[in-house]
Ligand binder design. Structure first.
Ligand code: SF4
Length: 489
């Protein structure tokens, strides 16, 4: 914890990955870059693109933000061809190192193949051990490498069929894009945990984690890649292979926090869902207050929904510094003491003498929220009422979100009263699971709610994962929380 980067928000699950693919454009790599730019919120640790000119695959990958990896136009001269795939990553499985940067590129007996993966495989440990026993040599610690090993072992005649064989062995969450010399493929697991959409204009086809990436390219959204579908594009045109029956468990947290509000995912507007989350939150948990504020930016829309439903005025009470980059990574202890103040600053004129409702999308550890409450009080707020547009996060995610372990989730070991006291607020209320699901478009049973309910739709078998589910030791967890708090003070 001592090396905790300043400004890393411990109150949020860290983002995971974003994928992008472009077919049928002479500047495919540049379009992929632009699409990834719109997906940068999904992963900031590393980025990469692999292109094809029909003869060879060309990779360019590196650590850092897209702007660090693709510094100038010369990067694209090394990425020729009319098809490309790209990936932005936050490591959920496997360490943060250059070897794990995606797309992962391998040579198979049928030619080179590269893959970009968003999600987490739940049977990665056992499958890897099994393949190693059969002689497979892994080059990365990432679970995504399993795809390419399984594809390379398949004797099926086409890449979509080889991928199908691979995917039938894999369990968990995966939305993937693949590229070979003459084909690109987009595919989703049968549960559809992670989003993946498709757009088209003329001969150019794009696949992306979110529609905001298609928007930037001017590719009108056409449809989602279906759960359990392998969609391939080649000189033969577009071909769909429904390799497994859909059994939907869409990640509801994508709608609450991860996806951009200007995106459509799961065929629904993220903006509309977030407004409704705020509206139902106001119905379930009204507050006697003068002003509603959000924690920018992810809770802006749900705060608007809360304000509209409650009739309490929405104001901008916290300003977020948008120019924070990697400059502040590895700060001194002295600089870390300014942590929350560098990221947020309160607007005294909005808060002073007021009873304030603070709407946020989620609380994971509670440390950042505690800091913000202190700042809001210092700015003169008379009362602080926290309203959270999701239920308490009590369980870790094994499907692609990097939640802390159970003992680091404040709602997993502290009572609501204890959390109120820890945060120093007048009241704290969460949206119910029913209220959350009522905000969405699909049937409630089509969503994964495991991190709120503890009901895991894909069975966990890995002993390390099962160990994360045990009841946390309360005294230890509280002491640890205080230690984390001190380390960022
Ligand atoms: S456990 Fe939570 S974050 Fe993970 S897939 Fe399910 S809803 Fe999403």
């Amino acid at each position: 914890m001592e090396n905790l980067p300043i400004l890393q928000d411990l109150d949020k699950p860290r983002d995971h990955c974003g994928v992008m693919a472009v077919w049928g454009h002479p500047k495919a790599a540049e379009l992929t870059y632009l699409g990834l730019y719109a997906l940068q919120h999904r992963g900031q640790e590393s980025a990469g693109i692999v292109s094809s000119d029909g003869e060879k695959l060309y990779p360019h990958r590196g650590m850092g933000l897209l702007g660090d990896v693709f510094r100038d136009q010369s990067s694209f001269q090394q990425l020729p061809g009319s098809s490309a795939i790209g990936h932005v990553r936050y490591s959920t499985t496997g360490s943060s190192s250059l070897a794990n940067v995606q797309p992962i590129l391998v040579n198979t007996k049928d030619g080179p193949v590269a893959i970009g993966h968003n999600g987490n495989l739940t049977n990665a440990v056992s499958l890897r051990a099994e393949l190693e026993k059969k002689g497979a040599i892994f080059q990365t610690t990432s679970d995504s490498e399993l795809f390419v090993h399984l594809i390379a072992r398949s004797n099926k005649p086409t890449l979509p069929e080889r991928l199908q064989e691979a995917m039938l062995e894999l369990k968990g969450a995966f939305s993937v894009v693949l590229i070979s010399r003459d084909e690109i493929i987009a595919a989703r697991d049968p549960h559809g945990f992670r989003p993946l959409c498709m757009g088209r204009k003329g001969d150019t086809i794009g696949f992306a984690s979110e529609t905001c990436a298609l928007d930037i390219l001017g590719l009108p959204y056409e449809r989602d890649v279906k759960a359990g579908e392998i969609l391939s594009v080649s000189a033969r045109g577009m071909e769909s292979l429904q390799y497994a029956e859909p059994n939907l468990n869409l990640c509801v947290f994508e709608l609450i926090y991860f996806a951009r509000p200007d995106s459509h995912i799961y065929e629904t507007s993220v903006d509309k869902v977030r407004r409704k989350l705020g509206k139902i939150l106001a119905e379930e948990h009204p507050a006697d207050a003068d002003v509603v504020i959000s924690i920018p930016d992810s809770s802006n829309t749900s705060a608007l929904g809360y304000a509209r439903q409650s009739g309490i005025k929405y104001e901008i009470g916290l300003i977020r510094n948008h120019y924070i980059g990697r400059t502040f990574i590895n700060p001194s202890q002295f600089m870390r003491s300014y942590n929350s103040r560098i990221k947020y600053n309160p607007v005294r004129g909005v808060l002073e003498g007021r009873r304030v409702v603070v709407v946020d999308d989620s609380i994971v550890r509670g440390t950042t929220m505690k800091k913000l409450v202190g700042m809001i009080r210092q700015a003169g707020a008379k009362e602080v009422h926290i309203r959270i547009a999701s239920p308490p996060v009590r369980w870790p995610c094994f499907y692609g979100m990097d939640y802390p372990t159970r003992k680091e989730l404040i709602a997993a070991f502290a009572t609501p009263k204890e959390i109120e006291e820890f945060l120093g607020v007048d009241s704290l209320r969460h949206l119910s699971i029913e209220g959350m699901l009522a905000s969405t478009r699909d049937k409630p049973t089509n969503y994964c709610t495991a991190c709120f309910s503890g009901v895991y739709p894909v069975a966990l078998t890995d002993p390390a994962q099962l160990a994360e589910l045990v009841e946390p030791d309360k005294a230890w967890a509280k002491a640890e929380l205080e230690r984390v708090l001190r380390s960022i003070e």
